[in-house]
Design a protein around this ligand. Structure first.
Ligand code: TXA
Ligand code: MG
Length: 329
């Protein structure tokens, strides 16, 4: 019991130390990889354009794809925008801290590199306590995209981040596996009726219960609105081609095909299988999705196959990611 307590205390102190060091690095214009409840992010001081440039370089991310700014309190958020519509306030009250990103008109404090030259800024208050403490101790709003190379599967553990971005940040804070496992919902308040630009951790139905009707746009974001989708590399992609199929059982005899299975299955597969949720729980599937995609991707297979989930709740966000990662959409 005493040993357990001591090791817990050591672990706590270690994380605490890392957050302190991370805060210092952010203040000095460096990069820190850190956990959020959705996926791991790679962050920099959002008010420092050179620091933010470092994120784009580390991720090989094109400068036309804007970043989300993470805040630890409402006062910090207010300085970054010029107006907050009543419905946006209601969403913040209800869902922050949490996996909801809100797009509002930006203030002059936000450098244009963060927003890719757009007059709007995307803001989120994460609920992961390590993320919140890092922002608070750094004293800065933190611009952070998911901590993967541009176009590839997002990381849900510190090991995933190390595999793709090792060496390109000053510090990584290991907070274990992310709880939600899929990125935040992005909602824009630039239009008369609020518009969901990316489905994610918070359901459209939960948002509508709070503020009434919203529009759901199948485009993920500005980059896809302003550029021909065909010209963009796919998003959330595995290196092994991923195919969305009508029936995964058709691939049962293919030993070189990896299979992502949503619920329970009686089928025997010759190739490797990842079960996303044996109880067919979409939240559990979201939590396991990227980790499962990465494991199968590491097995040098010729193909990965998956069936879409029922289009409800977080299943909508999962299907959105699968379609963007797939070769046949
Ligand atoms: O859960 C998340 O949102 C994670 C964690 C780290 O917070 N972050 C994340 O960031 O997924 P990223 O950069 O991978 O995706 C941010 C999305 C992109 O699709 C981007 O185009 C969109 O948000 N976005 C950022 N600023 C925007 C703006 N001003 N207007 C519209 N879309 C914007
Ligand atoms: Mg991303």
């Amino acid at each position: 019991m005493v040993t357990w307590l001591l090791s817990y205390e050591n672990h706590y102190n270690l994380i605490r130390e890392k957050i302190l060091v991370g805060g210092e690095i952010i203040r000095n214009g460096g990069l820190v990889a850190f956990p959020t409840e959705t996926v791991y992010g790679i962050g920099a001081d959002a008010t420092n354009p050179e620091a933010v440039q470092g994120i784009f370089t580390a991720k090989k991310r094109p400068l036309y794809d804007p970043l989300i700014i993470h805040v630890s309190d409402i006062e910090q958020m207010k300085e970054l925008v010029t107006a907050i519509p009543q419905k946006a306030k209601e969403l913040m009250t209800h869902f922050w801290p949490g996996p909801l990103t809100i797009v509002l008109p930006k203030s002059s404090l936000v450098p244009s590199i963060v927003t890719a030259g757009n007059p709007s800024v995307a803001l989120r208050m994460p609920s992961n306590p390590i993320a919140l403490e890092l922002i608070r101790l750094s004293g800065k709003p933190i611009a952070a995209p998911s901590a993967n190379l541009f176009g590839y599967t997002s990381p849900t553990t510190a090991q995933h981040v190390e595999q793709q971005l090792n060496g390109s940040y000053g510090e990584i804070i290991d907070g274990g596996a992310c709880l939600v496992g899929i990125e935040s919902t992005v909602i824009s308040f630039l239009t008369e009726t609020p518009k969901i630009l990316r489905p994610g951790g918070i359901d459209q139905s939960a948002i509508e219960l709070c503020i009434g009707k919203v529009i759901s746009d199948q485009y993920e974001s500005l980059d896809e609105l302003s550029t021909s989708p065909g010209m963009l590399p796919s998003h959330y992609a595995t290196s092994t081609p991923l195919k969305i199929v009508e029936n995964i059982n058709d691939f049962a005899l293919e030993s070189n095909v990896g299979v992502l299975v949503f619920g329970k299955s009686e089928q025997v597969f010759l190739g490797p299988v990842e079960y996303l949720s044996l109880s067919s729980n979409p939240s559990e599937a979201a939590n396991r999705l990227y980790q499962a995609m990465r494991r199968l991707d590491g097995l040098s297979l010729s193909l990965l196959v998956v069936q879409l989930l029922p289009e409800t709740g977080i299943g909508i966000a999962i299907n959105n990611r699968l379609k963007k990662a797939a070769i046949n959409y």
